[in-house]
Structure formats: structure tokens, C-alpha cells
Design a binder for this molecule. Structure first.
Ligand code: ADE
Length: 270
């Protein structure tokens, strides 16, 4: 064997032994729909670098010692799906966490409380009949199989979130209001800002919803189809009723920061 071939063989053997230790830790992707929803995390991001892809800004850096890529998706299912797809293609994240705010559907939820979304579905996908919308499962265009009606968040991420919730202090909406609570629940997504107590009752009855928002299930569907573990965290800004538009404006900052606080603590546990 030629001397150069021996060197090449030895180098290959050396590299194959070293590869596990040389492996670069994958980033955790963090998404929020609106600037307020990522503001707390963005302000604490260290060693920030910005990458522009098709006009979207992706910020990489370190948060609580973990490598992350943070971005704003914009509002609604299409924007959420576009950015989720781009982030998977460009950064191959180990997992995706969505942070943001939601309208409370469960009567147990108040402004500032957090819902760890353990399952997500759409409230506006299906068949429109004279009796109203009958919800259907979506179909995976890659496998051609029907998707589950409810997409499940990654169980390890859910348990880390529950653990993390014991180690944080959330902002109260006023000095005389109780300390915000964290619970695990069902989130329903649609391309509508919900300001209707009739819709609240319907989502509760037909979909067992605890909270409603405009991106979660779209992120979940893309992650499900691409086999990426995901988690959706939402804090309540309003109760999706006739007062929702006013409450949303009043409480969006506190709720956004509460969600961000939990996500930051989850990173510590990963
Ligand atoms: N995000 C926050 N509040 C919401 C609501 N009432 N409907 C839809 N998305 C929301």
C-alpha cells in the first residue's frame, strides 16, 4: 500500500472515532408571530447574528446557554407555515418552540395564565355545511396519508415545560390579581381573531378547546410532516369574547412576556 493511502486510511479512522465529539449541537428554533411575542427573548439573546432569507430575518445566538434561532413569523397560518418550513430547511433545528399569546376558551383561564399546548387542531379546516363547519383531518402531501385531527406536541418538551413552570415567576395583570397559573391544554388555530362568546362555546363543545390563536396548528402540521419535535406555548391576552379586541391591546405585552419567561426556563432544562 502506498504511503499516502495509509495516511488517508488513518485520517479516515481518526475522524470516524472523533465524529461524535465533533458533532455540532443543533439549534432550537423559537418562533413568535408578532414583534411583542419575541421581544423578551430577543433582548436577552447573546452573540447575535442575523441571516436574511427571502426577506425574513432569522437571529441566531445563545439563550440560557443554548444555541437558538429566533424569528417572527407574521400573523396567521400561511405565514407560520412558510417560516416553519424555511427554518427547518435552513437550520435543521432539533426542535421548534412557538411562543406567544392566545384567547382563552376555558373559563379557568385568565389573562396572564399560560397554556402548554399538548395538542393542536384547526377550528377552520373542513367542510362547510348548512349546519356550520364540520372539521376534517388534513392530509400529508408527502405520504398522502391523513394527518391526525389533533397534532401532539413532543411529550418530552411538554414535560420539560411543566417542570420549568415550577421555577418561574410570572407577571400579574394587576397588583391585586392572583399569581398567573400554568396548565396543559388543547389549542385551536384558525385565520380569525375570535371576538365571539358563541364561538367560544362552540370551540369548547366541539373541539374541547382551552385556547385559540392563529398559528399553532400550522406550525404543528409542518413539524409533524417533517418529523421535527415541537411545542406551542401561549399566554392568555383575552378571553376571545366581545371584549377581546380591547383586552388584547391591554394585556398583549404581559402575556407575551409570560410566555417568553417560560420558554427561557424550558431552554435551561433541555
Ligand atoms: N390571539 C390572542 N387572542 C386571540 C383571539 N381572541 N383570537 C385569535 N387569536 C388570538
Amino acid at each position: 500500500m502506498k504511503k499516502s493511502s495509509v495516511y488517508l486510511l488513518l485520517l479516515t479512522a481518526f475522524l470516524s472515532i472523533c465524529t461524535p465529539t465533533l458533532a455540532v449541537a443543533q439549534k432550537i428554533a423559537i418562533l413568535g408571530a408578532m414583534p411583542e411575542e419575541i421581544q423578551l427573548l430577543e433582548s436577552q439573546l447573546k452573540r447575535v447574528r442575523t441571516k436574511n432569507i427571502l426577506g425574513f430575518q432569522f437571529k441566531t445566538g445563545k439563550l440560557n446557554g443554548k444555541k437558538v434561532v429566533l424569528t417572527e413569523t407574521g400573523i396567521g397560518k400561511v405565514n407560520a407555515a412558510v417560516v416553519t418550513t424555511l427554518i427547518i430547511r435552513e437550520f435543521r433545528p432539533q426542535s421548534i418552540i412557538f411562543t406567544g399569546i392566545a384567547g382563552g376558551i376555558s373559563e379557568n383561564l385568565n389573562q396572564g395564565d399560560i397554556v402548554i399546548g399538548n395538542r393542536l387542531t384547526y377550528h377552520d379546516y373542513g367542510r362547510l355545511t348548512n349546519e356550520g363547519l364540520s372539521t376534517n383531518a388534513t392530509r400529508n402531501p408527502i405520504t398522502k396519508q391523513l394527518n391526525p385531527v389533533y397534532f401532539s406536541s413532543d411529550s418530552l418538551l411538554v414535560s420539560k415545560a411543566i417542570q420549568a413552570s415550577g421555577d418561574i415567576r410570572l407577571l400579574k395583570i394587576s397588583s391585586d390579581s392572583p399569581q398567573p397559573k400554568v396548565s396543559v391544554g388543547t389549542i385551536v388555530t384558525g385565520d380569525t381573531f375570535v371576538t365571539s362568546s358563541t364561538a367560544v362555546s362552540l370551540f369548547k363543545k366541539t373541539l374541547q378547546a382551552d385556547a385559540t390563536e392563529m398559528e399553532g396548528a400550522a406550525v404543528a402540521q409542518v413539524c409533524y410532516q417533517q418529523n421535527i419535535p415541537f411545542l406551542i406555548i401561549r399566554s392568555i391576552s383575552d378571553k376571545a369574547n366581545e371584549k377581546a379586541s380591547v383586552d388584547f391591546q391591554t394585556f398583549k405585552k404581559i402575556a407575551s412576556d409570560n410566555s417568553g419567561t417560560l420558554v427561557k426556563e424550558i431552554l435551561k432544562k433541555l
